[in-house]
Design a protein around this ligand. Sequence first.
Ligand code: F6R
Length: 365
Amino acid sequence: TKGGYSHFMLKEIMDQPESIYNSMRGRLVFDEGIAKLGGLQGFEDRILNSRRILISACGTSWHAGLVGEYMLEQFAEIPVEVDYASEFRYRNPIVTKDDTVIFISQSGETADTLAALKEAKKKGALCLGICNVVGSSIARESHAGVYIHAGPEIGVASTKAFTSQLVVLSLITLLLARRKSMSLEEGREVITELQSLPEKVEKILKQNSLIEELAEKYLLAKNFLYLGRGYNFPVALEGALKMKEISYIHAEGYPAAEMKHGPIALIDYDMPVIFIATKDFVYDKVVSNIQEVKARKGRIIAIVNEDDTQIEKMVNHVIRVPKTHSILTPILTVIPLQLLAYHVAVKKGLNVDQPRNLAKSVTVE
Ligand code: F6R
């Protein structure tokens, strides 16, 4: 049921403190600063010794894969490539028994992802599944894997599955990274930050009415541009996807620095720009990108950290999120963007839970 909410999507967004907790429950070992993932037991060495890790998925799950790439390369120190499942399977990908391929799928039934899995398996790679639906085809076909335990996701637009996929990817990263150069201290820090996520998500959700007011202001926009760098680049893509699929407003996500290579030509008063600008190693760069948009009269909504004082002076609106470990940032920054897309769609009178032309699980190729 919708638990008193007007739509499944809103319920699922609001569920996230709990669904995020469920994805990590029983999987954290603070003393050792590691994650314990029963579904990967016995496969750890093979993953660690892989020549590279490939991640294959579609849609929102592909965005989670992009975040996974940043996490795994930075901390597990293994080369990672992320591929659309539909491209992977028709490209004759060079995959061997020395590779690990991770398939991410909420439903576990997406036809393109399943076909890519069969292909990679045929080529001898170690195939891991990150699925939500227990006993689904992708979960059954893969050699090993981790369930995200987000609970049933009914709204067609994926929300809580995305944040849970990111939790599980961070757990896999922790597991591998602690066998590489991540210190016990940093491992414990990641765990402490994971444990405080539900509370931090709760704080973001409390800004629901502020985000609803913003939705009212930008309802008539024909286009939105979403910009972020580093860990927030995939969040820009995901924010834009949420907006297009349920509100039918054209939206594009870009790495903020790519703006000057083309999309900057689009910027004017009628093109709201959403920056995801939390304090991390690319913060100063993002601030200069914000200046470039401002100079062209673009209206800006920025997702910033709670203690940020610099950006609010430069933009039209800020939405504040708590600080966390860099690899967990997207779990927080995506939430305001889910709410924004939701409120825009509701205000436009659209069928939020079942947008036109879309199905919850895409079982055709
Ligand atoms: C976006 C959305 C889709 C799915 C995609 C993959 O909100 O729901 O883009 O993410 O169809 O689905 P799964 O994860 O079930 O393989």
